[in-house]
Design a protein around this ligand. Structure first.
Ligand SMILES: Nc1ncnc2c1ncn2[C@@H]1O[C@H](COP(=O)(O)OP(=O)(O)OP(=O)(O)O)[C@@H](O)[C@H]1O
Ligand SMILES: [Mg+2]
Length: 288
């Protein structure tokens, strides 16, 4: 698949470490990381070049952390993607993970590729290192924790079961742009259709036109402006009583209490959540 994406002028090389530790990750999301990086590399090498995809073990110690405060001590797996393309200057480099930042022409890039890579990496408790030199090329390194005890157990359900997806439509309301994008990506990976809004007001604007199609509302409970996720859910359920609702929040105590006497069709999901936990909550709520 990569080869086809890259075209004939780009030489693709793989270098996978033998006996690599396993990582605890969503395979489709890791694939998405490689794909987004490879597509960028292709765009950076209009006259051809070389792309090297490599995996290696990385033991991160305290000394390493001093160089990169984002890193964490422990055993990691490094996924590296290096191209011999046009490279980036410091100014571009400083903004590449911003959602919607692009240097490509209108219609060519949306600027979400690396924001997604960043989001997925964060979700897996990893980090990214980039080096680039104008005219020489760019090297991305994605560090993902090796699976041992480094990942805290899911607060929801065991995440290693295979979760069924679906074709239903979900309205995602979340004020944090990165998380909203990520949530969308996860749900789309599982086959769902997604509408999104940054605020309750945005969701309400979207609602009249799409009320018919929307099966589930996935909303942050606490939002900075206007109505809360809870108020939004109540409003929409008056118009469409069969609408399923999942409220997300980072406040676990609050959530634990609320799940006990939640009305039918309404669930609570604690943030941060793993992709599988989200997919599971959505599936279960829809099937209720
Ligand atoms: N391998 C690379 N070499 C040179 N520049 C890059 C590379 N990867 C990313 N960039 C720069 O970072 C910007 C942001 O990349 P990102 O993938 O987020 O968005 P995009 O490729 O412009 O659009 P999209 O991925 O949404 O189609 C790019 O527009 C480009 O300027
Ligand atoms: Mg891109």
């Amino acid at each position: 698949m990569l080869e086809r994406t890259l075209g004939e002028d780009i030489v693709l090389k793989f270098d996978f470490a033998k006996d690599l530790r396993t990582i605890y990750a969503d395979p489709s999301m890791v694939e998405q990381i490689v794909m987004n990086l490879a597509v960028n590399a292709r765009d950076a090498m209009p006259r051809g070049g070389q792309l090297v995809v490599r995996t290696s073990a990385a033991d991160i110690d305290a000394q390493y952390i001093q160089k990169n405060p984002e890193a964490r001590v422990g055993q990691f797996v490094c996924l590296s993607v290096a191209d011999t393309g046009v490279g980036m200057d410091a100014q571009v480099l400083g903004r590449i993970f911003d959602p919607f930042f692009t240097t490509k022409e209108v219609g060519k890039g949306t600027g979400l590729g690396l924001a997604t890579v960043y989001g997925i990496t964060k979700l897996h408790h990893g980090w990214i290192e980039v080096s680039s030199e104008v005219g020489r090329g760019t090297h991305f390194k994605i560090f993902l924790p090796a699976s041992s005890k480094q990942i805290e157990p899911s607060v929801n359900k065991p995440a290693d079961q295979v979760v069924r997806g679906g074709k239903e439509t979900v309205l995602v309301v979340e004020d944090e742009a990165e998380l909203r994008l990520l949530t969308r990506q996860i749900l789309e990976c599982y086959g769902y259709r997604v509408f999104e809004g940054a605020t309750g007001a945005e969701a309400l604007k979207l609602w009249p036109q799409h009320a018919q199609e929307i099966d589930l509302l996935l909303t942050d409970m606490v939002m900075p402006e206007g109505i809360t996720g809870w108020e939004l859910a109540e409003k929409l359920r008056i118009e469409k009583p069969e609408l399923k609702v999942i409220c997300t929040s980072g406040y676990s105590v609050e959530l634990a209490k609320m799940n006990l006497d939640a009305p039918a069709g309404i669930r609570f999901l604690q943030k941060p959540f793993k992709p599988q936990s989200l997919a599971l909550a959505v599936r279960e709520c829809l099937d209720e």
